[in-house]
Design a binder for this molecule. Structure first.
Ligand code: NAP
Length: 304
């Protein structure tokens, strides 16, 4: 268990973060929280959210003002063969957290995904659009949204295409492949909003910790205001990195790059609600990509 920020002060509000070792979890741990907030991070080995007795005992003991659930089963393809486990972590475990939040009066903040949509909408998805997941991961996350919504005080933050400097993701994969291959192929007919984990963490702080937004409830899309397809995103990674990519990066169709899980062709998330709640929009994914690539390259230089 790790504490950060202002521990030991009186009149502090405690924010518990589950899944504290994930991409978003780690960014939440290093985010700038207000001085009256004490952050308690729990990794999967410190709190397995599928263990209902452990969830109950831990939340009762800490009595947090806010539970931020950054724990999840995020292996989209693997979930197709392992839906039971994905549902246990992304669905049933949220039932446990919701029950604990209700008992302690805490606000439950839960992350969800653009993959709860089927991708057939002609335009950007808004919070109230009907869910129709087309894969096991999306179904498990839709279950989690319903579980979180069963609490009196909840926020479901739907995000998308998460990347960052702390963890493995599309950006780290592209940087690695650029150094290993002469030719790459990346899907160019799936559209979404690449969103940096640090931007998600900063928006979460704004939503839960500041007075103006703290009365927010329900679903909020937390995503970059700009969209991309995966090929465009990959090319931006190469353009941003110091080494670039001297090989060929082909545009592929989804049909040319079959994966175990079917992914929505369009999962762009409209963020008008977020913008009005926190009084700003998140940075463009291109801006945040530069920050992330710079941090990755500086770590690489440091380790060399
Ligand atoms: N990654 C994306 O592209 C993406 C896109 C849309 C939405 N989201 C959502 O955003 C949220 C954060 O995702 P992320 O990218 O930060 O995920 P991540 O990097 O995969 O981190 C998930 C964390 O959850 C932990 N975890 C797994 N099972 C657990 C359990 N039973 N109990 C406690 N902790 C457990 C993992 O621990 P271990 O390290 O021990 O496995 C890991 O540290 C999730 O709700 C995800 O569904 C992600």
């Amino acid at each position: 268990m790790s504490d950060s920020q202002s521990g030991g002060q009186t009149n502090t509000r405690t924010v518990v973060i589950t899944g504290a070792n994930g991409q978003v979890g780690r960014e939440l741990m290093r985010a700038e929280w207000p001085s009256d907030v004490t952050v308690v991070g729990l990794t999967s080995s410190e709190l397995d959210i599928t263990d209902s007795a452990a969830v109950e005992a831990t939340i009762d003991a800490i009595a947090p003002a806010v539970i931020v659930n950054a724990a999840a089963y995020t292996a989209v393809d693997k979930a197709e063969d392992d839906e039971e486990r994905a549902t246990a972590v992304n669905g049933h475990a949220v039932d446990h957290l919701a029950a604990a939040a209700d008992r302690s009066g805490a606000l439950l903040v839960h992350y969800s995904t653009d993959y709860v949509f089927d991708g057939s909408k002609d335009g950007w998805y808004v919070e109230g659009d009907p869910l129709n997941p087309i894969g096991a991961y999306g179904r498990s996350k839709a279950h989690g949204e319903a579980a979180a919504a069963s609490t009196a005080r909840h926020l479901v933050l739907r995000t998308a295409w998460v990347y960052g400097a702390l963890g493995n993701n599309f950006v780290t994969t592209m940087l690695r492949l650029a150094s290993e291959r002469d030719e790459l192929g990346v899907v160019a007919d799936q559209f979404g909003c690449p969103t940096s984990a640090a931007d998600i963490a900063a928006a979460t702080v704004d939503l839960v910790a500041h007075e103006a937004a703290s009365s927010a409830a329900g679903v909020v899309h937390v995503a970059s205001p700009d969209d991309a397809d995966w090929h465009t995103f990959a090319m931006a990674v190469f353009d941003t990195s110091a080494n670039g990519f001297s090989g060929v990066c082909k545009q592929l169709t989804t049909a040319e790059y079959p994966t175990k899980a079917v992914r929505p062709a369009n999962s762009r998330l409209a963020t008008d609600r977020l913008n009005s709640l926190i009084g700003r929009q998140l940075p463009s994914w291109r801006t945040s990509l530069s920050t992330v690539v710079a941090e990755l390259e500086s770590k690489q230089a440091h380790n060399a």
